[in-house]
Design a protein around this ligand. Sequence first.
Ligand SMILES: C[S@@+](CC[C@H](N)C(=O)[O-])C[C@H]1O[C@@H](n2cnc3c(N)ncnc32)[C@H](O)[C@@H]1O
Length: 379
Amino acid sequence: MAKQVDIEKDENVRESVRKAYSEIAKTDGSCCGASASSCGSYSPTDLSRGIGYSQEDLSILPDGANMGLSCGNPTALAGLKPGEFVLDLGSGGGFDVFIAAQKVGKDGFVIGTDMTPEMITKARNSIKKFTEKTGLSNVEFRLGEIEHLPIEDETMDVVISNCVINLSPDKPQVWREIARVLKPGGRVCVSDLALLEPLPEKVKESAAALVGCISGAVLVNAYPIVAIDLNDTKLEWARNFGATHTVNASHTTPDSVLMELSHGQGFDAAVDTTGITDVFQTAYNMTSKTGKTVMAGVLHHEKPITIDAFPLHFGRQIIGSHGGDTQPDVDIPRYIRLYQLGKLKLDEQITHRYGLDDINKAIDVVQKGEAGKCLISMS
Ligand SMILES: C[S@@+](CC[C@H](N)C(=O)[O-])C[C@H]1O[C@@H](n2cnc3c(N)ncnc32)[C@H](O)[C@@H]1O
């Protein structure tokens, strides 16, 4: 019964998406479908140039193929080579299909699939113009849902998709289909919208937000990120640094709060930075059945912990991480980039500054828990 309800719900989602894109196909909408005006006064060409398409790519397009519905440039990221077979999921007016077809050339082939008949008709009507412009006849458009692709097993070198998978009510099924149609060693390149925070319930339920590729988008940032400490000032720093929730363990036993925050499932990752075995045990208890518990703190004293061994079969991990296991050559450039983008708020963490001669004072304030980060000036 529950399965039947899910199928009907999925079908309703697809139907409202299909209806909206059918209207867009008839009227040449833009901006991920929400409405033709939702991207202000930008033309589809402006939008495409803004997300990295070259003028050369755009020049081969038949009129109307670029409807301003994209949110990235999968054909560039995919590094398409002459002779490759490419499948575009949710091909709309054929935008990426035509660009990919130019890249794979006469020995390659590109198939676009879309579930909206009006989009397929629009794209098919552009094929003749594309052939006249380029001399190529290496594209085809097939009507079908990306959850049930009208494509043979193991026939594609590359699957691309541009702002479509977030619209699917059954994303795991889309990925299963991608795996089915790819040749062994094939590759996938998807541009899509993703959320950094959960949407408010009202927006989540809004059909316009779904068609506009917002409410169906997957969450890529971690949420919630819970910091636990005994010191309110440190919790304030943690919040500045990105914690979405904080718990002062001197006021409350964190277990029940943590279980509530993780909806009773436990967390994907729990890190103990204290080196206190009882705290590590709490971290272990608060980790989900398939999650990872990390010991990053320097162990103060050894005491056994109790673990349930059964989940280890299913990927449950317990690891030690000395100093966070930084890979300087990879991580430092990444931290610099994040800092320059204003996403890593390091300045706010520096609470004390000392000259090299006063390094002992710096260690002292850290040990007393009075400092966030101390900056030692070497000059
Ligand atoms: C935002 S538009 C993107 C069109 C095209 N990829 C582009 O960049 O111009 C989304 C397209 O995906 C199609 N679509 C949405 N959900 C789909 C599904 N479950 N199966 C097949 N096509 C779908 C819509 O009909 C629409 O043409």
